[in-house]
Write a protein that binds this ligand. Structure first.
Ligand code: ATP
Length: 240
């Protein structure tokens, strides 16, 4: 079964067409990466999948349901590009707030908060106000929040921006472990070595999905041995 189906989706802002007739399916249990330059439409596509935004043409289905649909909010974890955190509250208070939105309470809530904060290595900073967190710590807390309710689908918009290489590695280990337990993960990235770790990648440029394949498939289709080269060839980005 497809976890997400994007069918002939077009999104315009004023006179600008930001997504052009995009069709894409994500399979259960895969890590799917959206790779593209700044402004290519990755976040816009992600927002359509989550139901935060609505397409002008085409349809989006998540777990078989047509989006947008409010009740779906409990079914997936979402980490936005800009952190949606309450600055004046502590990390723990933020986590408790989101946990209650997801219907977690009592010992289960406690247990999930501990587990999610362990993944992002922030257990020692639970009682700090978010205002005192660095940018990278805020990203990590946002990731922890998206993991709280152990959703079957995770949608992560640039999850590792501002995160140091050691922690980035441990977050990727966790994403891989989640995938092995059957979680589907959709993420955006500009980073090639992260894209290499995805099962499949969608290359996006100027609002068009130019290719979708495994990293190996993209390299062989473009006759190159680096994903960066494949991106240039298949993305139509070759400059004269
Ligand atoms: N609400 C909006 N109103 C007008 N234009 C918008 C809006 N949201 C996005 N855009 C435009 O749509 C285009 C695609 O933006 P989007 O944020 O999807 O790109 P992106 O690939 O996620 O970029 P980045 O990697 O920098 O986050 C950009 O030109 C952006 O300016």
């Amino acid at each position: 079964m497809h976890v997400v189906d994007v069918l002939s989706v077009t999104r315009r802002f004023g006179a600008k067409t930001v997504l052009k007739d995009v069709t894409l399916s994500v399979e259960r249990g895969e890590i799917f990466g959206l790779l593209g330059p700044s402004g290519s439409g990755k976040t816009t596509l992600i927002k359509l999948m989550t139901g935060i935004d609505k397409s002008d043409e085409g349809t989006v289905r998540m777990l078989g349901e047509q989006m947008p649909k409010l009740a779906m909010l409990q079914r997936f974890g979402y980490m936005a590009q800009s952190d949606a955190l309450y600055q004046e509250l502590t990390a723990l208070e933020n986590l408790q707030f989101f946990a209650s939105l997801y219907g977690l309470s009592g010992s289960r809530r406690k247990e999930r908060i501990q587990a999610a904060m362990k993944v992002v290595d922030l257990l020692d900073h639970l009682n700090k106000p978010v205002a005192a967190y660095s940018g990278g710590m805020k990203r990590r807390l946002s990731l922890a929040i998206s993991l709280l309710h152990e959703p079957e689908l995770l949608i992560l918009d640039e999850p590792t921006v501002g995160i140091d290489p050691v922690l980035r590695q441990s977050i990727w280990n966790e994403l891989t472990a989640l995938k092995e337990r059957g979680t589907t993960i959709i993420l955006t990235t500009h980073v090639m070595d992260e894209a290499e770790k995805c099962d499949r990648i969608g290359l996006i440029r100027n609002g068009e999905l130019t290719a979708v394949d495994s990293p190996e498939g993209l390299k062989s289709a473009s006759g190159t041995d680096s994903l960066e080269q494949a991106f240039i060839v298949l993305g139509g980005g070759v400059r004269a």
